[in-house]
Design a binder for this molecule. Structure first.
Ligand code: SAH
Length: 464
């Protein structure tokens, strides 16, 4: 991020716009929404500017801006659309040390004016660091459509009501009260009966919420999917929006954590399947402690929580404390990997079942029913199989598996750095040798798509 967005208090602060043509008018339309004291420096300003001056909204100065005026200004805009005049303004602003914007000249500006959705005092700003103004405008259109026109007015009414709402218990109850106002009865009441209606809605809601007993704590065990945030369930998104505390495993993609409420406490519990981890009893205790405070906890696990997620251990731990919970499934790594190969995990006439196994368990490399897995046309999704690759290969061959059985290894499924390697059982340890991301091994599966690498006889080749 090259530009840091901030909200500058410009109430009663001098703002200088140097220039009086179209560019100045466009900027002024925005600046006139503020409570700044605007001066336009120009000797022949456009008629709109003269009209605004007559209405007392800004001042016109025919003499050019002095060094002292530049020093006193809070912001200076060069909007003359004349290179030499704008360059002169730039120099004055620089000498004065005042924040400066040269309209349509990003390189020589200290700051950018973002696209704005104005529901004063609710202001949404959108910026692309000058990279893609079209994108900013498209986002603005979407947000304009989503935010009720009355939102700003409601916010002002709500602001005045805050001391009354502070009587409600801090945290969830108070938050729910405000949500019920802004996204429930507030807009409807305002549309029907204006400010008085919104005020009445607040009073009514306060009565209802004051009688509520504080909510009990609760934990949701939520699947975060394999990485791509668009593969998250809608329910997972809603719960992330609501959670007070998010306890997540290391494999959960950072893009998904971004979706948690900004005020939420987001804690990594450093678990990667059966890999090195915060002790399981510490994780259990964290859940119990936070739920005990009466808050909403999301226990976020990569993929599906019920697949190699040690879910039952956590469920058993909370059962002793009579804690309410729910489980929200997620998309597991194996199905995402198969989808990316253009394959299904089961297929009529090929395999009537699929196994999900782990290469590792608590005791080390995990033992399996190798004999049945070695049978032709078996499909197995192997999680945590990289380190165990040689062991798995050895066991399967020992039980008669064909050394040429296809295996597709998919690393970093659904992430930008996804890698797909198509190989055979006889090459498995070498093929996974230098992968460092999480990988799922699809035994008995070949990719239908071509954008993968083939590992054969010590070398990687591209498929196409
Ligand atoms: N609950 C998870 C699995 C957790 S165990 C799920 O349903 O997907 C951790 C193992 O899952 C990793 O060692 C790897 O084998 C697999 N895995 C998880 N995320 C992955 C990803 N994005 N790409 C490939 N494999 C992944």
């Amino acid at each position: 991020m090259k530009y840091f967005p901030i909200f500058l208090n410009i109430k009663n602060q001098p703002i200088a716009v140097v220039g009086g043509g179209d560019a100045a008018v466009a900027k002024l339309r925005l600046l006139l929404k503020t409570e700044g004291q605007i001066t336009v420096y120009d000797d022949a300003p456009a008629p709109e500017i003269a009209t605004w001056a007559d209405a007392g909204l800004l001042t016109i100065s025919r003499p050019p801006m002095s060094a002292e005026q530049a020093r006193n200004a809070c912001l200076i805009y060069a909007a003359a659309e004349d290179d030499s005049r704008d360059a002169a303004t730039h120099q004055i602003a620089k000498d004065a040390g005042t924040l400066f914007n040269w309209v349509d000249n990003l390189k020589n500006s200290d700051f950018i004016t973002p696209a704005i959705v104005d529901r004063d005092p609710v202001i949404v700003t959108i910026g692309t660091e000058g990279a893609a103004p079209v994108v900013a405008r498209a986002i603005k259109r979407v947000i304009e459509g989503r935010l009720p026109q009355t939102l700003g007015k409601l916010a002002k009414i709500g602001q005045a009501f805050r001391p009354h709402a502070d009587a409600l218990p801090f945290g969830r109850v108070r938050r729910d009260f405000w949500s019920a106002f802004y996204f429930g009865s507030g807009p409807t009441a305002y549309d029907a009966s204006g400010p008085d209606g919104a005020q009445a809605a607040l009073n009514e809601l306060l009565q209802v919420f004051a009688q509520q007993t504080p909510k009990q704590g609760h934990v949701d065990f939520v699947g975060a999917g394999p990485g791509d945030p668009t593969l998250l369930t809608h329910k997972a998104r809603l719960l992330l929006d609501e959670a007070d505390v998010v306890l997540y495993d290391r494999l959960v993609d950072p893009r998904i954590l971004e979706l948690a409420r900004r005020e939420a406490l987001v804690i990594e519990v450093g678990k990667t399947g059966f890999g090195p981890s915060m002790a399981q009893n510490e994780i259990n205790q964290l859940i119990i402690d936070h739920v005990g405070r009466g808050v909403q906890v999301v226990r976020l696990k990569s993929g599906d929580p019920s697949v190699f997620g040690r879910l039952d251990e956590e469920l058993e731990a909370i059962a002793a404390h009579d804690i309410s919970y729910s489980i929200v499934p997620g998309i597991t790594a194996a199905s995402t990997a198969a989808a990316s190969l253009g394959r299904s995990l089961t297929q009529r006439d090929r395999n009537s079942g699929v196994r999900l196994i782990t290469g590792h368990d608590m005791a080390g490399f995990a033992d399996q029913d190798w004999r049945s897995m070695a049978a032709p046309d078996t499909v197995v999704a192997i999680y945590m199989g990289k380190k165990a690759a040689r062991f798995i290969q050895g066991r399967l061959m020992m039980h008669g598996a064909d050394a040429e059985t296809p295996i597709t290894v998919v690393e970093n499924v659904s992430r930008a750095d996804q890698r797909t390697i198509s190989t055979q059982l006889k090459h498995l340890p070498q093929a996974v040798g230098n992968l460092d991301g999480p990988a799922v091994l699809l035994y008995g599966v070949t990719p239908r798509i071509k954008s993968c690498k083939i590992y054969q006889e010590q070398v990687f080749e591209r498929c196409n």
